[in-house]
Design a binder for this molecule. Structure first.
Ligand SMILES: [Zn+2]
Length: 85
């Protein structure tokens, strides 16, 4: 089956649904150790940005930085993030 390739605008509706939902009950999988945990159970460290660390291995799973107008998110430490639709 050949995939249909579109630009990012085609995913705008889906992404707005993902990021408008309740995130604390979302379940993330740590890319470092494979632990599965609700976002609300992840350890949070406040510094120049917000750093979320796995409660099992302390690997960084998420970094969030904002300047008040825009938000940058680094999700490289998450293997998956499961949200209720
Ligand atoms: Zn981990």
């Amino acid at each position: 089956m050949e995939a249909l390739r579109l630009d990012g605008n085609a995913a705008a509706g889906l992404l707005s649904e993902v990021f408008a939902g309740e995130v604390t009950t979302a379940v993330g999988t740590c890319d470092s150790c494979g632990a599965v945990e609700a976002v609300g159970a992840i350890h949070v460290y406040m510094a120049a940005g917000t750093v979320l660390r796995c409660p099992h291995c302390e690997a960084v799973v998420m970094k969030v930085v904002t300047d008040g107008e825009r938000i940058w998110m680094d999700l490289r430490g998450l293997r998956t993030l499961e949200l209720a639709s």
